[in-house]
Design a protein around this ligand. Structure first.
Ligand SMILES: Cc1cc2nc3c(=O)[nH]c(=O)nc-3n(C[C@H](O)[C@H](O)[C@H](O)COP(=O)(O)OP(=O)(O)OC[C@H]3O[C@@H](n4cnc5c(N)ncnc54)[C@H](O)[C@@H]3O)c2cc1C
Ligand code: FES
Length: 285
């Protein structure tokens, strides 16, 4: 995997190749490194993030949502939230951005090998989990059964809805189950209810599974409870967290959680944390 040897702040110039509308306020951007040397060497672990910068506007941390197996290119799925992301929304193919990273720990993909994987995404949480899923598809033989539960309030907010829907039937034959559910949409023809209500339909064997979870932290406790009720091992539950960040490399202290004697930096100790880290670190969620 990529090592930030030398300057951890190295900024790489990247060109926007494609922009897709995923929902009303989320776009998918495909980038390519300008420097062919970097394009060849740069890689990451699913769950890691980059700092994306626009000169004159600022920088934002964004999870990488593509598979690390696709060298030279990477994708970011970005929700219009405020000042910098609104400006990113104006980017067109051919424009340039600056990218630092990859940063953070990522999911322990090697530990997952030989096991089933249950991926639970709420809203924009599908972004980092798509990277895990794409990596698992690119390395299908390394993993057992896989279920993706993709949830949102309304059908129109389900990220990668069409992509996941398109692969659903073929995926079943490969022991991959795709469940898309919404909580508040009377017009949605598919499954209704929160993500945790669909854990029972997963094809993953609780005693042989790892769980990756990403969504709003306030949903985590209910999902943990349901997972444990269904027999999933808390030691094998991983979540990814978001915090306001500045440096992304453990220097500025912006992303710290915990107590004065027990600190966690979301940018370097995370953004992926295990269940026991979450419940034992005050303020982590
Ligand atoms: C590790 C990590 C991975 C992330 N991955 C993604 C991703 O894949 N896609 C994506 O769209 N966004 C992601 N985010 C969130 C993204 O970084 C923020 O939405 C962005 O920084 C907002 O910047 P802005 O200048 O547009 O908004 P601002 O003008 O700074 O703020 C607008 C609103 O967004 C809120 N906000 C700002 N920063 C954050 C944050 N870090 N987390 C939650 N709310 C925030 C503010 O409180 C405010 O309400 C990630 C954040 C982290 C820390
Ligand atoms: S963002 Fe600076 S220490 Fe984490």
């Amino acid at each position: 995997m990529h090592e930030n040897k030398g300057n951890v702040y190295s900024l790489y110039k990247c060109r926007v190749l494609r922009v897709y509308d995923l929902t009303d306020d989320v776009k998918l951007f495909l980038f390519r490194f300008e420097d062919p040397d970097i394009a060849e060497k740069w890689t990451f672990i699913p769950g890691q993030f980059v700092q994306l910068s626009l000169p004159g506007y600022g920088e934002v941390p964004i999870s990488i949502c593509s598979s690390p197996m696709r060298r030279g290119f990477f994708e970011l799925c970005i929700k219009k939230a405020g000042r910098v992301t609104s400006k990113i929304f104006e980017l067109k193919p051919g424009d340039f951005v600056g990218v630092r990273g990859p940063y953070g720990n990522g999911f322990p993909m090697q530990e997952f090998e030989g096991n089933d994987m249950l991926l639970i995404a709420c809203g924009i949480g599908m972004a980092p989990l798509r990277s895990v899923f794409m990596y698992a598809l690119d390395n299908r033989w390394k993993f057992g059964n896989i279920t993706v539960i993709n949830s949102a309030k309304y059908g129109k907010n389900l990220l990668f809805k069409k992509e996941l829907e398109a692969m659903r039937d073929v995926a079943e034959a490969e022991n991959i189950r795709i469940i898309q559910t919404v909580t508040r949409d009377p017009d949605w023809p598919g499954r209704i209810g929160r993500a945790q209500e669909h854990i029972r339909y997963a094809n993953t064997r609780p005693d042989k599974s790892y769980v990756c979870l990403c969504g709003p932290p306030q949903a985590y406790h209910d999902i943990f409870t349901k997972l444990i009720e269904h027999g999933y091992n808390p030691k094998r539950i991983y979540v990814t967290l978001e915090r306001r960040m500045k440096c992304g490399v453990g220097k500025c202290g912006h992303c710290i959680a915990g107590t004065s004697t027990f600190l966690k930096y979301i940018c370097i100790d995370g953004p992926v944390f295990g269940y026991y880290d979450i419940i034992s670190t005050p303020g982590l969620i």
